[in-house]
Design a protein around this ligand. Structure first.
Ligand code: URA
Ligand code: SF4
Length: 205
């Protein structure tokens, strides 16, 4: 069975798109394979590329702070990006790069089976809310089966625009309600544990 670790190893060797030329470190994502919440950002930036970890710069600090405010700890969730290698100069990822990288994200989702997928910014939103405008649909959950997709502004955008920061804060504040809704829907479902779990099984927070 493929594990998150296997996927990270494949990413480390990956040359499927031109982003591999300039990366210092690939950034596969991190968190529990048992996480109920998965955050999908856009692409690694400067600090992420240096450290090989997602959301460790200013955007990451804001995200972590807002999550902590509603009782969610970083280690309880899984955090990754649409592309796993940094675009030079933090340019937008190209559609071909997103497509080339997509199977890694899909495999991560298959393994983790998150109940809530939070998209950060429009590149992440696009797959689940095609053609939508983020300023219109942010904060509006979409339920499909027993999973909720929840679009939010990217924390980097929130750092530049006070209006979007307020929107991001408001949207984060709704996450506990969404979790409560999912928990009551699946109250008696037990959760499979993978052999490679690095963390104890956690409840939502
Ligand atoms: N912005 C992102 O989209 N992802 C990161 O990992 C860091 C900043
Ligand atoms: Fe491979 Fe994704 Fe990195 Fe492109 S961004 S080289 S597809 S891991």
């Amino acid at each position: 069975m493929t594990t998150l670790h296997d996927i990270a190893e494949q990413i480390a060797k990956c040359e499927k798109c031109p982003l591999h030329y300039s990366r210092k470190h690939p950034v596969p994502g991190e968190g529990s394979s048992n996480a109920k919440i998965m955050f999908i950002g856009e692409a690694p930036g400067y600090h992420e590329d240096r450290q090989g970890r997602p959301f460790v710069g200013a955007s990451g600090r804001l995200l972590e702070e807002l999550l902590n405010n509603v009782g969610i700890q970083r280690q309880d969730v899984f955090i990754t990006n649409v592309v796993k290698c940094r675009p030079p100069g933090n340019r937008d990822p190209e559609p071909e790069e997103i497509a080339a990288c997509r199977p890694y994200l899909e495999q991560q989702i298959d393994i983790i089976q998150p109940k809530l997928i939070v998209t950060l910014g429009r590149f992440s939103m696009q797959r689940y809310f095609p053609k939508a405008s983020i300023s219109r649909i942010h904060g509006q959950p979409k339920r499909e089966g027993d999973r909720i997709y929840y679009p939010m502004f990217h924390p980097a955008a929130a750092l530049h625009q006070p209006r979007w920061r307020t929107a991001l804060e408001d949207d984060v504040r709704k996450i506990p309600e969404l979790i409560a809704e999912l928990e009551s829907a699946t109250a008696d479902n037990s959760v499979d544990q993978d052999e490679d779990d690095q963390f104890e099984q956690l409840s939502f927070f």
